[in-house]
Ligand binder design. Structure first.
Ligand code: SF4
Length: 225
């Protein structure tokens, strides 16, 4: 059947924006959490930019299924996968009681394991491509498709105006692989200690469930205010 004309148009816009960055000699990298809603962006980028580095932030707390899916998708889409991790060893990520920080201070845990490892990349490249969508939460709703970073570069959000329905349309039409935990009721997957199955049917309900926290910092602290 193929993509609807509306979705095909959105795909063409992404190719065009990437080409514009390349015409301007911008260096690009992407980041991804390698879950279901990551797939269309990774598939489009894989077809649009040869050898684009795609970074995965290896927190050390992911579901094993995520790591296996990351490797499968990277191979199938012929991605240049790069893993980054915190330079702070887990032995130094413990509170006074000896428990890992995610048990008492998830913001600091996210800073050490997600935000801080990403910072050098923002100084190294001109454009950071990531797959946030406006329909995921209130913070993301306020983002623009291109934003500046505190390091003087740019963020490009090619999926910002895609709906969850369109994500699934693309996955279905392109016959993309399925993330194994989708079948178990998860809708958004992060680190295992901070991810539960959603209770209200909203995509990111299960992330940091029961806390006011909705973001890890990548899409709040690493956007120029
Ligand atoms: S999502 Fe949870 S485990 Fe992962 S870095 Fe943040 S606080 Fe730590």
């Amino acid at each position: 059947m193929g993509l609807s004309s509306n979705l095909d148009h959105k795909v063409q816009l992404i190719h065009r924006q990437i080409a514009d960055f390349q015409d301007d000699k911008k260096s690009l990298f992407a980041s991804s959490s390698f879950q279901t809603h990551s797939l269309p962006m990774l598939h489009i980028l894989g077809r649009s930019v040869a050898d684009l580095p795609v970074y995965f932030i290896q927190t050390g707390f992911h579901f094993p299924e995520t790591l296996a899916f990351r490797d499968k998708v990277a191979k199938e889409f012929d991605l240049t996968l790069k893993n980054i991790e915190s330079h702070v060893p887990k032995s130094q990520q413990r509170n006074a009681q000896g428990n890992l920080y995610f048990t008492s201070d998830p913001d600091y845990c996210c800073f050490l394991n997600k935000t801080q490892p990403m910072q050098p990349l923002l100084a190294q490249f001109d454009v950071w491509v990531n797959g946030v969508r406006a329909d995921q939460n209130a913070n993301r709703k306020n983002l623009n498709s291109i934003e500046n970073t505190p390091q003087g570069g740019m963020r490009y959000h090619p999926m910002l105006d895609w709906s969850r329905k369109e994500i699934w349309e693309y996955i279905t039409e392109m016959n993309l692989p399925r993330y194994p935990l989708d079948n178990q009721g998860y809708m958004s997957i992060g680190c295992e200690p901070c991810t539960l199955k959603p209770t209200l049917g909203e995509e990111r309900d299960g992330r940091w469930l029961g806390q006011s926290k909705t973001e890890c910092g990548l899409h709040t602290e690493l956007v120029s205010k």
